[in-house]
Design a protein around this ligand. Structure first.
Ligand SMILES: [Zn+2]
Length: 472
């Protein structure tokens, strides 16, 4: 079960004392400065919102937490979630969404508004950021999006937003997949050294595939095919080569897509790719059996695609891991025919546990997890103040507990409790999560999930306000 974790408070008042010391933790090398590596056990001291010291046997602090050799990770950066607020907060909302992400070990998240109102202008982006203040419990990167109608103002949006989402397959104004339109979007974003985050499936191929293969769950991987994903990436790589825009491919789902990203990197293009756990854990056979619970876009593909994705995470072709947390109410998800059910899998609550399972399966190492889950996304989004456990960095930290745990719906802070993982056994999870030195989640304290709406949000200064650095 969980390691011994107990707080102790010192009566001594010494201004030189650190605010908090986490005593006796194990930290993967990838999270540490070179000088601190290879120590089997370390202490981490925190002053205010920053890491003040990392080393063996640090002096006493005002508050001490004995961690009994537990694993300590940098706060994960999950750069792809949907919280549906504003516009569809009945599906999730910032409070339950950020709470779910904290339970999954993510202290920074990238949020994409893919429901109305879309974030198409800098003004709308500022309104979105303002709506987060007092609601979010972790750090939020709010993306903007490129649509058929906002090219004239896109540069201004790209200059403030931490990323611009492009959907090459979507409904209505969100779908942009013509070569000239893409090139124009990429040029605008490149002009301000912005970042494109891409849903790479090619609309016409997807629409034709859905028309051809129809409504059955068993055929969903054919309807939304690997060829459609590869074609979209090829098209974006062309625009990337022509404009120099930085491109990050979300939720890569097939062997063909991995090849396209690998080829682009070999050509020296500034591209990166992201992996979601559900594509590494399930196959089309699972979708056929479990239906809309596993319906997501892109579709979950074959066993050989799954193997290729696992290899791509292992070798770094896919640089980043993300949840693509996409919550929908039970009635929409499970009480409709497969074809009418919305796509999306809620994954924020289990983000860390899922990837630790993949570590246990040998798909990646703990150091890889730190690299793909914290170091690489910090680098991608130019967040120089986080991603590792080093002196001066933000004290965004996750203490991991070992347990034998069968997931139940009651474990989710997300409003979307129907999950393909309910009933699955896990062995590790976040025990405590600090955001800027503040204990933002503590599993040992009974959390009344219903009361989350009233939970203390981060203060404005902890959220930050500089859009370009990505934190809002
Ligand atoms: Zn998504």
């Amino acid at each position: 079960m969980s390691p011994c974790c107990s707080f102790a408070r010192s009566d001594v008042r010494d201004s030189a004392m650190h605010d908090l010391v986490l005593r006796d933790v194990r930290i993967p090398s990838a999270a540490l400065a070179a000088a601190a590596r290879n120590a089997p056990r370390l202490d981490v001291a925190i002053d205010g919102d920053r890491i003040a010291a990392v080393g063996p046997a640090l002096p006493p602090a005002r508050v001490e937490l004995a961690c009994g050799g537990a694993l300590l990770l940098p706060g994960l950066i999950d750069n792809h979630v949907h919280y549906r607020e504003p516009g569809a907060a009945w599906k999730e909302g910032y409070v339950t969404g950020t709470s779910a992400s904290l339970r999954g070990g993510a202290t920074t998240i990238g949020e994409i508004q893919n429901n109305a109102p879309l974030v198409e202008t800098a003004e709308q982006w500022r309104a979105k950021v303002a709506s987060l203040v007092g609601r979010a419990r972790n750090r939020v990167l709010a993306y903007g999006c490129a649509t058929k109608g906002n090219l004239a103002t896109l540069r201004e949006l790209a200059a403030v937003a931490p990323g611009i989402k492009v959907f090459l397959a979507a409904d209505g104004a969100l779908e942009v997949c013509e070569r000239a339109a893409l090139r124009a979007i990429f040029a605008e974003v490149a002009a301000v050294d912005g970042l494109l985050v891409v849903h790479a499936e090619l609309g016409p191929l997807i629409h034709a595939g859905v028309a051809q293969w129809g409504a059955k769950a068993a055929d969903f991987h054919r309807a939304r095919s690997p060829e459609a994903e590869r074609a979209a990436i090829d098209l974006c790589n062309e625009s990337c080569a022509e404009t120099g825009a930085r491109v990050h491919y979300f939720h890569v789902s097939s062997a063909l897509a991995c090849e396209a990203i690998r080829d682009a990197k070999l050509r020296g293009l500034p591209v990166s790719g992201a992996a979601c756990a559900h594509y590494l854990l399930f196959t089309d056979a699972d979708v056929a059996q479990r239906g809309a619970l596993l319906k997501c876009n892109p579709s979950i593909k074959t066993a050989s695609d799954r193997l290729a994705l696992r290899a791509a995470v292992h070798d770094g072709t896919l640089d980043v891991i993300q949840s693509d947390h996409a919550p929908h109410p039970r009635a929409e998800k499970l009480e409709r025919p497969f074809q009418q059910a919305p796509s999306g899998i809620p994954g924020a609550d289990l983000f860390l546990s899922l990837w630790l399972e993949l570590v246990d399966e040998g798909v990646l190492t703990l150091d890889d997890l730190v690299e793909r889950g914290a170091v690489a996304p910090a680098r991608l989004h130019r967040l120089t103040d986080r991603g590792t456990i080093e002196v001066g960095r933000l004290a965004d930290l996750v203490l991991v507990e070992t347990c034998d745990w069968i997931v139940a719906e009651a474990d989710f802070a997300s409003k979307a409790k129907q999950s393909p993982y309910v009933g699955r056994r896990f062995r590790r999870r976040a025990a405590k999560v600090w955001v800027g030195g503040r204990l933002a989640f503590d599993r040992a304290v009974a959390e009344d999930l219903v009361a989350l709406e009233a939970a203390a949000p981060l203060p404005l200064d902890a959220l930050g306000a500089d859009g370009k650095s990505g934190c809002c």
